[in-house]
Ligand binder design. Structure first.
Ligand SMILES: [Cu+2]
Length: 143
C-alpha cells in the first residue's frame, strides 16, 4: 500500500516536470519564431543607423506617416501589415527603388541607404488605388 502511494506521488511529480519542460519548449519556439520572423535585429547585416517601426493599415495609412533620417545612413524600416489586404512600402531615391510587399498579417523589413541629398522623399503603397487613397508618407532626409 505504502509502495503504491509512493509510486503515485513520484508519477505525479514526474508529470509536473514534463509540463514544465513543455512550457519551456513553447517559450523557446515562440522566441525562435520571433527570431526568424524578420525584424531589423535579424537581417544578417550590421545594425542599421536608423530603425523605424511602421504599421500598414487597411484604412490606407502608414503609421507613422513620416520619419526622419540622416543623409547616406543605413535605414531599416520594420513593417507590419495589420490589415488583411496586400500592402507595399516603396521608397525611391532617383532610379533606386526599395520595395517590400506584404500580405495581410505579415511582417517584413525595408533595408536601404538614405539618399545623400537632404530633402523630403515620398514613400507610398503602390497597390492600385492605395496611394490615391492616401497611403503614403514622407521620409525627411537631413544633413
Ligand atoms: Cu496599400
Amino acid at each position: 500500500m505504502v509502495a503504491d502511494l509512493d509510486r503515485t506521488v513520484s508519477l505525479r511529480s514526474a508529470g509536473g516536470r514534463w509540463r514544465l519542460a513543455a512550457v519551456g519548449l513553447l517559450v523557446w519556439l515562440v522566441a525562435a519564431c520571433g527570431g526568424s520572423g524578420g525584424g531589423c535585429a535579424n537581417t544578417g547585416k550590421p545594425p542599421a543607423d536608423h530603425i523605424i517601426t511602421m504599421t500598414m493599415l487597411d484604412t490606407m495609412k502608414f503609421v507613422p506617416d513620416s520619419f526622419t533620417v540622416k543623409a547616406g545612413r543605413t535605414v531599416c524600416v520594420e513593417l507590419t501589415n495589420k490589415g488583411v489586404l496586400i500592402h507595399d512600402f516603396v521608397v525611391r531615391d532617383g532610379d533606386k527603388e526599395t520595395r517590400v510587399e506584404l500580405s495581410g498579417g505579415k511582417q517584413g523589413v525595408a533595408l536601404f541607404t538614405a539618399p545623400t541629398v537632404p530633402g523630403e522623399y515620398e514613400f507610398a503603397c503602390i497597390v492600385p488605388g492605395h496611394t490615391e487613397a492616401g497611403m503614403k508618407g514622407v521620409m525627411r532626409v537631413v544633413a
